[in-house]
Design a protein around this ligand. Structure first.
Ligand code: M6R
Length: 613
């Protein structure tokens, strides 16, 4: 949700900033803009639409050389995605430029105050208010002005600003929204995440809550909003710029789908000893804390929520602890029952999802322990949690979650088994067996990817479908939800996932001639009763004219007579089936969106990291 770049160094600022924006564009693509401090003043270019529009503008109206600048790629909140609402925003003197991610909740009263003072406001944004406030208090020190203004702001914000009168400095501030510093040689960077500067440095500093940072060519200074000296956590990024390139694929999403075997393997790496016992070093919860847990609550959004639903099956099965799973945006508003014995697991690829962040803050306020499952080092959710289990999916650039989702499922299994290990609810040899089954998953996912070609033909045949239903049982139900979400967000089709057993309680009325229905068939060996029931469900919908697309394990012949299209997946234990059954659905959504001529990596209205509530 909005990508921000700041640069001070010796290179051409416009080049560095635009390159950073290209890598951050997945965060929002409603408009883009840059401001560069030149010898005389600020040079600003901004344009509605994708970054390509800004690049075209820059080609027509180049910015003369400057080595200090800021940039922004927008996901619109206040005001439509027009040129005038594009960032950076300027104060009345045109000497301050500000970019912003988040929502300033008291902006209406601040705006009224400025109007009373006769300040002309030229955009609909909350951001412009900050530019004018900075202009009013600026007294030769931009960092100081930023601290004063931040103390007046409410809500969530990352702000980055430059002032023509202080041409060697870029100043940033953050509350509830992300901002990371990149440390270079004779140059320094600010970014919404490390991809903003990964082409230049892998050495980063994670800023804390309510901090202001000032970067110069030769130094970085961090303070609190009150001006007290502060520090951030330094870390090395464990991937390089090539990991965030398309690498020969047409879309990031397809590349990321094909990276899944490695992502799963990397997430397992180094966590299992020779005896098959788990070691989750980042857990930071003592064995005593873990034995103390009497309930688990999982909070997450979107695909991560679906991973959370799978967590319920795994954790309850292996630990016999009761597990609740809740969409993070609903969690804190219902006054959930939380105690010190409650373990709250927050799942988030980005580690910045505001709904999830607010949910964990609420949980910690109630005394519960929070364990984050997260993909992005240096992000807010792990920092504010008691423990973290990182997924090692590497950078996920496409807005649709694929490899992050699969690694989240792996991580929830690791956590479930670890809890079982410490609490003694499973014998060591049982845990070793399950861990070895997890270790077989990368090869199984590879096998799915080798046989996924028919999904492309299937996708092309579904271009005119008005709606698609997805049915599953047990862990196949979250897979059905995930398949439907992928289709909604990428192919803009009405798609719904249902537990197959619910069909007769209403959704079956939707079935009409030719309606595609994707059915995820549970493994026969796991719970034969579940398998047989879903085979009956397939027959019921087929009898009513549905076009059945059946995902079943490779040795399951019982479904063949009822499948218009049969998609085979390798035989794996029931609880692990989502790790193979989801993959064809990802390919289906990606190919269908492409066949319909939509932007696969940047679907309309969406942003990868949702940093507003
Ligand atoms: O970064 P997070 O995992 O917290 O993001 C949660 C959701 O916004 C995310 O999974 C979203 O639903 C994806 N676009 C789904 O493909």
């Amino acid at each position: 949700m909005c990508g921000i770049v700041g640069y001070v160094g010796e290179q051409s600022a416009v080049d560095v900033v635009v390159e950073g924006l290209r890598r951050l564009e997945y965060r929002g693509y409603d408009s883009a803009g840059v401001a560069v401090v030149t010898a005389e003043a600020l040079s600003v270019r901004r344009k509605a639409g994708k970054l390509a529009n800004l690049e075209k503008l820059l080609a027509e109206q180049p910015i003369s050389n400057g080595t200090v600048g800021v940039g922004h790629t927008r996901w619109a909140t206040h005001g439509p995605p027009t040129d005038k609402n594009a960032h950076p925003h300027l104060d009345v003197t045109d000497r301050i430029a500000v970019v912003h991610n988040g929502i300033i909740e008291n902006f209406a009263s601040l705006r009224r105050e400025l109007e009373v003072d006769g300040v002309p406001l030229t955009s609909d944004t909350d951001t412009e208010v900050v530019a004018h406030l900075l202009g009013q208090v600026f007294d030769g020190n931009l960092a100081d002005a930023m601290r004063q203004v931040c103390r007046r702001l409410e809500g969530a914000f990352t702000l980055v600003a430059v002032h023509a009168d202080e041409p060697e400095v870029v100043v940033g501030a953050r509350r509830n929204s992300p901002l990371v510093v990149g440390l270079g040689e004779g140059e320094n960077f600010l970014g919404s995440d490390v991809s903003a500067f990964i082409a230049h440095t892998r050495h980063a500093v994670e800023l804390g809550q309510d901090q202001v940072v000032q970067i110069r060519r030769d130094g970085v200074e961090i303070t609190t909003f009150d001006g007290a000296p502060a520090s951030g956590r330094e870390f090395e990024v464990d991937w390089d710029a090539s990991a965030a390139e398309k690498g020969g694929y047409d879309f990031f999403m397809m590349k990321e789908i094909y990276e899944q075997p490695k992502a799963v393997a990397d997430t397992l790496l180094g966590r299992v000893d020779d005896n098959g016992m788990l070691h989750l070093d980042e857990m930071r919860l003592s064995d005593e804390d873990i034995r103390d847990i009497d309930k688990v609550v999982v909070v997450a959004c979107g695909s991560a929520f679906h991973a959370g639903l799978i967590a319920k099956y795994a954790i309850e099965h292996w630990t016999r602890l009761p597990v609740e799973v809740e969409v993070a945006s609903e969690f804190r508003y219902r006054d959930p029952i939380l105690t010190r014995q409650t373990l709250v697991i927050a799942i988030s690829q980005s580690g910045e999802t505001m709904d999830t962040l607010m949910a964990i803050r609420h949980a910690r306020d109630q005394g519960s322990r929070v364990l984050a499952i997260c993909n992005v080092n240096g992000s807010t959710i792990p920092r504010e949690s008691d423990a973290v289990v990182y997924t090692y999916a590497g950078p996920e650039v496409a807005v649709a979650s694929t490899k992050a989702f699969l690694t989240q499922i792996v991580a929830v299994h690791l956590v479930a088994l670890y809890l079982a290990q410490i609490r003694g609810t499973k014998w060591a040899d049982e845990i070793a067996l399950h861990v070895s089954e997890l270790a077989d998953i990368p090869a199984a996912v590879d096998q799915v990817l080798e046989t996924v070609e028919p999904m492309r033909t299937l996708a092309r045949s579904m271009v005119t479908a008005k709606a698609v239903l997805f049915l599953g049982r047990h862990v196949g139900y979250p897979v059905a939800l995930e398949g439907a979400l992928k289709l909604k967000e990428l192919a803009y089709m009405h798609a719904e996932g249902f537990p197959a057993g619910e069909l007769k309680h209403g959704p079956i009325a939707l079935i009409e001639d030719g309606l595609p229905v994707v059915v995820i068939v549970p493994p026969r060996s796991g719970r034969p009763v579940l398998h047989d029931k879903i085979v009956s469900n397939i027959q019921e919908i087929r009898a009513r004219g549905a076009r059945t697309i059946v995902i079943a394990e490779e040795n399951d012949d019982s479904v063949a007579p009822y499948a218009d299209t049969l998609v085979r997946v390798p035989v794996v234990p029931t609880l692990l089936q989502p790790l193979v059954a989801t993959v064809p659905l990802q390919v289906l959504a990606c190919e269908l969106a492409h066949a319909k001529g939509f932007d696969v990596d940047q679907p309309r209205n969406l942003a990868k990291s949702v940093t507003v509530e």
